[in-house]
Design a protein around this ligand. Structure first.
Ligand code: OGA
Ligand code: MN
Length: 225
Protein backbone atom coordinates (compact mmCIF):
# COMPACT_ATOMS: atom_id res chain seq x y z
CA UNK A 1 0.00 0.00 0.00
CA UNK A 2 1.40 3.42 -0.89
CA UNK A 3 1.76 6.28 1.55
CA UNK A 4 -0.77 8.39 -0.34
CA UNK A 5 -3.25 5.57 -0.26
CA UNK A 6 -3.00 5.29 3.51
CA UNK A 7 -3.21 9.03 4.07
CA UNK A 8 -6.51 9.22 2.25
CA UNK A 9 -8.03 6.08 3.74
CA UNK A 10 -11.30 6.00 5.66
CA UNK A 11 -9.38 6.01 8.95
CA UNK A 12 -8.14 9.47 8.18
CA UNK A 13 -11.65 10.71 7.53
CA UNK A 14 -12.87 9.41 10.88
CA UNK A 15 -9.81 10.89 12.61
CA UNK A 16 -10.46 14.30 11.01
CA UNK A 17 -14.11 13.91 12.00
CA UNK A 18 -13.16 13.28 15.65
CA UNK A 19 -10.75 16.23 15.72
CA UNK A 20 -13.44 18.49 14.24
CA UNK A 21 -16.03 17.36 16.81
CA UNK A 22 -13.57 17.88 19.69
CA UNK A 23 -12.79 21.41 18.49
CA UNK A 24 -16.49 22.22 18.27
CA UNK A 25 -17.22 20.76 21.73
CA UNK A 26 -14.32 22.13 23.74
CA UNK A 27 -11.85 24.00 21.54
CA UNK A 28 -9.14 21.34 21.68
CA UNK A 29 -8.52 17.76 20.66
CA UNK A 30 -6.10 15.18 22.05
CA UNK A 31 -5.79 12.01 19.97
CA UNK A 32 -3.23 9.51 21.32
CA UNK A 33 -1.31 7.44 18.72
CA UNK A 34 -3.54 8.80 15.95
CA UNK A 35 -1.06 9.97 13.33
CA UNK A 36 -0.96 7.48 10.43
CA UNK A 37 1.77 5.02 11.36
CA UNK A 38 3.77 5.33 8.15
CA UNK A 39 3.74 9.14 8.29
CA UNK A 40 4.87 9.06 11.93
CA UNK A 41 7.68 6.61 11.04
CA UNK A 42 8.81 8.76 8.13
CA UNK A 43 8.95 11.86 10.33
CA UNK A 44 10.76 10.04 13.13
CA UNK A 45 13.33 8.68 10.71
CA UNK A 46 13.81 12.17 9.28
CA UNK A 47 14.45 13.89 12.66
CA UNK A 48 16.72 11.05 13.66
CA UNK A 49 19.02 11.46 10.67
CA UNK A 50 18.92 15.28 10.65
CA UNK A 51 22.13 16.73 11.99
CA UNK A 52 22.20 19.04 14.99
CA UNK A 53 23.20 21.94 12.73
CA UNK A 54 19.71 21.89 11.21
CA UNK A 55 18.26 22.92 14.57
CA UNK A 56 18.51 26.50 15.82
CA UNK A 57 17.62 27.98 19.18
CA UNK A 58 13.94 28.88 19.15
CA UNK A 59 12.98 32.48 19.81
CA UNK A 60 9.86 34.26 20.94
CA UNK A 61 7.94 37.07 19.21
CA UNK A 62 7.57 37.79 15.52
CA UNK A 63 9.88 39.18 12.86
CA UNK A 64 11.77 42.21 14.26
CA UNK A 65 10.69 41.41 17.82
CA UNK A 66 12.17 37.92 17.62
CA UNK A 67 14.54 37.20 20.52
CA UNK A 68 16.04 34.13 22.18
CA UNK A 69 15.05 34.03 25.83
CA UNK A 70 16.48 31.35 28.13
CA UNK A 71 13.85 32.02 30.73
CA UNK A 72 10.89 31.33 28.42
CA UNK A 73 12.06 28.48 26.20
CA UNK A 74 15.25 26.51 25.63
CA UNK A 75 14.32 24.13 22.79
CA UNK A 76 15.78 24.11 19.28
CA UNK A 77 13.70 24.16 16.11
CA UNK A 78 13.90 23.50 12.39
CA UNK A 79 11.19 24.82 10.04
CA UNK A 80 9.62 22.16 7.84
CA UNK A 81 9.70 22.49 4.05
CA UNK A 82 8.51 20.14 1.34
CA UNK A 83 12.11 19.41 0.33
CA UNK A 84 12.28 16.02 2.03
CA UNK A 85 10.00 13.01 1.60
CA UNK A 86 8.95 13.27 5.26
CA UNK A 87 8.40 17.04 5.10
CA UNK A 88 6.31 16.77 1.98
CA UNK A 89 4.20 13.87 3.35
CA UNK A 90 3.59 15.93 6.50
CA UNK A 91 2.58 19.01 4.50
CA UNK A 92 0.19 16.88 2.41
CA UNK A 93 -1.43 15.43 5.51
CA UNK A 94 -1.86 18.84 7.18
CA UNK A 95 -3.23 20.21 3.91
CA UNK A 96 -5.96 17.55 3.86
CA UNK A 97 -6.75 18.37 7.52
CA UNK A 98 -6.93 22.08 6.61
CA UNK A 99 -9.38 21.42 3.76
CA UNK A 100 -11.50 19.17 6.00
CA UNK A 101 -11.67 21.73 8.83
CA UNK A 102 -12.59 24.51 6.43
CA UNK A 103 -15.45 22.47 4.99
CA UNK A 104 -16.84 21.53 8.38
CA UNK A 105 -16.12 24.57 10.53
CA UNK A 106 -15.91 27.44 8.01
CA UNK A 107 -12.74 28.59 9.69
CA UNK A 108 -11.17 30.08 6.56
CA UNK A 109 -7.80 28.55 7.34
CA UNK A 110 -5.49 29.77 4.61
CA UNK A 111 -1.98 28.53 5.19
CA UNK A 112 0.13 26.33 7.42
CA UNK A 113 3.60 26.69 8.91
CA UNK A 114 5.37 24.19 11.15
CA UNK A 115 8.69 23.23 12.69
CA UNK A 116 10.35 20.26 14.29
CA UNK A 117 11.33 20.95 17.88
CA UNK A 118 14.05 19.21 19.86
CA UNK A 119 13.97 19.48 23.64
CA UNK A 120 17.22 18.09 25.06
CA UNK A 121 17.30 16.87 28.66
CA UNK A 122 16.18 19.74 30.90
CA UNK A 123 14.68 21.87 28.11
CA UNK A 124 11.29 23.50 28.60
CA UNK A 125 8.87 26.05 27.20
CA UNK A 126 7.14 28.12 29.90
CA UNK A 127 3.42 28.89 29.87
CA UNK A 128 2.51 30.87 26.75
CA UNK A 129 -0.14 31.41 24.10
CA UNK A 130 0.53 30.84 20.41
CA UNK A 131 -1.59 33.84 19.35
CA UNK A 132 -3.11 36.94 20.88
CA UNK A 133 -6.51 38.38 20.08
CA UNK A 134 -6.35 40.98 17.37
CA UNK A 135 -2.59 40.68 17.02
CA UNK A 136 -1.89 37.47 15.24
CA UNK A 137 -3.47 35.36 12.57
CA UNK A 138 -2.57 32.00 14.01
CA UNK A 139 -5.93 30.33 14.42
CA UNK A 140 -5.33 26.67 15.20
CA UNK A 141 -2.25 25.03 16.73
CA UNK A 142 -1.27 21.45 15.88
CA UNK A 143 1.32 19.45 17.80
CA UNK A 144 2.42 15.88 17.14
CA UNK A 145 4.94 13.76 19.01
CA UNK A 146 7.69 11.51 17.71
CA UNK A 147 8.92 9.80 20.90
CA UNK A 148 8.82 6.04 21.20
CA UNK A 149 8.55 4.31 24.58
CA UNK A 150 7.96 7.46 26.65
CA UNK A 151 7.68 6.62 30.33
CA UNK A 152 6.06 8.69 33.10
CA UNK A 153 9.56 9.36 34.53
CA UNK A 154 10.61 11.04 31.31
CA UNK A 155 8.60 14.21 32.11
CA UNK A 156 8.25 16.61 29.20
CA UNK A 157 4.45 16.68 29.31
CA UNK A 158 2.48 19.31 27.45
CA UNK A 159 0.25 21.09 29.97
CA UNK A 160 -2.85 22.80 28.55
CA UNK A 161 -4.81 25.28 30.66
CA UNK A 162 -8.53 25.23 29.99
CA UNK A 163 -9.78 28.47 31.54
CA UNK A 164 -13.33 27.71 30.42
CA UNK A 165 -13.43 24.44 32.39
CA UNK A 166 -12.01 26.21 35.43
CA UNK A 167 -14.91 28.66 35.49
CA UNK A 168 -17.63 26.07 35.04
CA UNK A 169 -16.79 23.22 37.44
CA UNK A 170 -16.05 22.70 41.11
CA UNK A 171 -13.63 19.88 40.53
CA UNK A 172 -10.47 21.27 38.99
CA UNK A 173 -10.25 19.68 35.57
CA UNK A 174 -8.78 22.79 34.03
CA UNK A 175 -5.24 21.44 33.71
CA UNK A 176 -4.73 18.85 31.00
CA UNK A 177 -1.47 16.91 30.78
CA UNK A 178 -0.43 15.26 27.54
CA UNK A 179 2.32 12.63 27.42
CA UNK A 180 4.46 13.26 24.31
CA UNK A 181 4.02 9.72 23.01
CA UNK A 182 4.73 8.62 19.46
CA UNK A 183 1.93 9.59 17.05
CA UNK A 184 -0.16 11.58 19.54
CA UNK A 185 -1.90 14.56 17.93
CA UNK A 186 -2.97 17.71 19.80
CA UNK A 187 -5.00 20.46 18.13
CA UNK A 188 -6.30 23.60 19.86
CA UNK A 189 -7.56 27.12 19.19
CA UNK A 190 -4.38 29.19 19.34
CA UNK A 191 -5.84 32.22 21.14
CA UNK A 192 -7.79 30.28 23.76
CA UNK A 193 -5.39 27.85 25.42
CA UNK A 194 -2.26 28.86 27.31
CA UNK A 195 0.08 25.88 27.51
CA UNK A 196 3.59 24.90 28.52
CA UNK A 197 6.15 22.14 28.05
CA UNK A 198 7.51 20.72 31.31
CA UNK A 199 11.24 19.92 31.44
CA UNK A 200 12.00 16.59 29.80
CA UNK A 201 14.47 14.08 31.24
CA UNK A 202 15.49 12.78 27.83
CA UNK A 203 15.51 13.97 24.22
CA UNK A 204 12.01 14.95 23.18
CA UNK A 205 10.92 15.51 19.57
CA UNK A 206 7.72 17.20 18.49
CA UNK A 207 6.29 19.07 15.54
CA UNK A 208 4.42 22.30 16.26
CA UNK A 209 2.42 23.94 13.49
CA UNK A 210 -0.17 26.64 12.96
CA UNK A 211 -3.03 27.08 10.55
CA UNK A 212 -3.28 30.76 9.77
CA UNK A 213 -5.89 33.10 8.37
CA UNK A 214 -5.13 35.05 5.23
CA UNK A 215 -3.30 38.21 6.16
CA UNK A 216 -2.65 39.61 2.71
CA UNK A 217 -1.29 43.12 2.57
CA UNK A 218 -1.40 44.78 -0.86
CA UNK A 219 0.21 42.31 -3.28
CA UNK A 220 2.12 40.54 -0.55
CA UNK A 221 0.00 37.43 -0.04
CA UNK A 222 -0.01 36.14 3.54
CA UNK A 223 3.49 37.25 4.57
CA UNK A 224 5.20 34.92 7.06
CA UNK A 225 5.11 35.96 10.70
C1 OGA B 1 5.16 25.51 20.70
C2 OGA B 1 4.64 24.52 21.67
C3 OGA B 1 4.42 22.23 22.41
C4 OGA B 1 5.13 20.91 22.43
O1 OGA B 1 6.15 25.21 20.00
O2 OGA B 1 4.59 26.62 20.62
O3 OGA B 1 3.84 24.91 22.48
O4 OGA B 1 4.64 20.04 23.14
N1 OGA B 1 5.04 23.23 21.61
O5 OGA B 1 6.18 20.74 21.79
MN1 MN C 1 2.93 26.83 21.90
Amino acid sequence: MTLLHTIHSGDTTSLFESITNDIMDKGYSIRPYALPENLAQLLLQHVTVMSDENFKRAGIGRAQDHTVNDFVRTDEICWITGNSEAGSAWIKWTESLRVFLNKRLFLGLFSFESHFAHYAKGDFYKKHKDAFKGEDNRMLSVVVYLNQFWSPDDGGELVIYDNQAEASTIIDNSVIKVTPNFGTIVVFLSEDFPHEVLPANRDRYSIAGWFRLNNSIANNIDPPS
